[in-house]
Design a protein around this ligand. Structure first.
Ligand code: F6R
Ligand code: MG
Ligand code: MG
Length: 377
């Protein structure tokens, strides 16, 4: 049997130039030194570093399975190196997502988010990685449902015999740390009963009974992990495409609807999800809008195969940037229209999230101050 390969996407926000906007190139260079070392010492086979807004994403291939200590430790050390550089440059929120002083075997629960999938490489393994900024893991629920449940999005569910059997969904309760596996289409309405509550439920994995894991999402809730507000989760999602899994286009199409997602300014507003290229992901409008970047590549013989950018050094290759095209301008314009509309509500709901979901609040102190003046009606 062929050796299995693991794709690990581990991400964190460890500092930015000018508010929570963009990591400095020298932070990325420091992280790259560490990951280069990881390839030399054979901890990982290959890697790419990408970014979405103020988050850095390490996309790595290796043969050690999910939650491999040495891979997580490598990523942790690379984030530490980038955070040290951010501190040296006195950047904003340097080291923000690194919640503990020492690595303890796995990045989960220590601040960074991780989406990992182990598989036997198919004849041609097409993969996309989504990288969100300024929103939480439930943001992916709507597009995931459209791609893997909805035949009006994914015609493949109707006409491709391999996709016709449907998918299993691992749903997590991010507050109470529970999970349940449910099947679509059989349990579709029950699934939507949970997933419609984006304050509590998120999809962790989508699984095809024969082909294995189709999608995996980082579902760590940073504010719960830390016990206080320390930043947005800004989740990543890995999706395997084609040959029985949804076609690339069936995975991308749901993002043409700029759904309202929670996050944006101070992690406390609803904004329309704005698909854009990695290079365009700096949050320049009201600390947002919440963005989603998508990059695609092949996993080939355990390595990441992208395209050669024009005028680049021989051998250099980068993933394909899926939302960079002009066809997405229409969606971006629509997203901005929605963002301006909802911002018109200022600090009123539904522009802001519910009181329990606010990541900053003055409510307890204001209520306390007013207590002596509160009279029964
Ligand atoms: C949202 C985000 C920003 C900050 C805002 C205030 O995820 O990162 O919108 O919440 O810029 O940041 P502080 O409290 O650091 O001044
Ligand atoms: Mg971010
Ligand atoms: Mg941030």
């Amino acid at each position: 049997m062929a050796e299995k390969v693991t794709l690990s996407v581990i991400k964190a926000d460890v500092g930015s130039v000018a508010g929570h906007s963009c990591p400095h190139p020298s932070m990325i260079a420091k992280a790259k030194e560490l990951l280069d070392g990881g390839v030399k010492s054979k901890i990982i086979n290959d890697f790419q570093i990408s970014r979405s807004g103020d988050d850095m994403e390490f996309i790595m291939t290796h043969n050690s399975g999910e939650n491999a200590k040495e891979v997580h430790e490598l990523a942790w050390n690379a984030f530490i190196a980038a955070a040290d550089e951010a501190k040296r440059l006195k950047l904003y929120a340097a080291g923000q997502d690194l919640l503990t002083d020492a690595f303890s075997g796995n990045v989960r629960g220590q601040g960074p988010g991780a989406a990992e999938v182990e598989f036997e490489e198919r004849k041609a393994e097409s993969v996309v990685v989504f990288m969100a900024d300024k929103c939480g893991p439930s943001a992916y629920s709507l597009p995931i449902c459209r791609t893997f449940m909805d035949p009006f999005t994914t015609t493949g569910l109707v006409i491709d015999p391999r996709a016709h059997q449907g998918y299993d969904f691992e749903v997590v309760d991010v507050i109470d740390h529970k999970r349940v596996v449910m099947s679509a289409p059989a349990e579709m309405y029950d699934l939507l009963t949970l997933l419609g509550d984006t304050t509590r439920y998120a999809v962790k994995r989508v699984i095809h009974k024969e082909l294995g894991i189709a999608a995996v999402i980082s579902t760590e809730k940073l504010n719960i992990t830390a016990g206080k507000y320390v930043g947005k989760d800004d989740p990543v999602m890995v999706v395997r495409c084609q040959s029985g899994f949804p076609a690339l286009g069936e995975v991308l199409q749901p993002f043409a609807f700029p759904a309202l997602v929670a996050g944006w300014m101070r992690g406390s507003h609803y904004g329309a999800w704005f698909p854009c290229a990695s290079e365009e992901s700096t949050p320049t409008f009201y600390d947002g809008p919440p963005r989603v970047v998508c990059i695609g590549f092949q996993v080939s013989n355990g390595k990441i195969q992208g395209i050669e950018p024009p005028n680049s050094a021989p051998g250099k290759h980068v993933p394909v940037d899926m939302f960079s095209g002009k066809e997405w301008d229409y969606v971006r314009n629509k997203a901005m229209e929605i963002c301006l509309y909802i911002r018109g509500h200022g600090p009123f709901m539904p522009a802001i999230v519910s009181p329990d979901e606010l990541e900053y609040t003055t409510r307890p102190s204001v209520l306390k101050k007013l207590e002596p003046r509160m009279e029964p009606l």
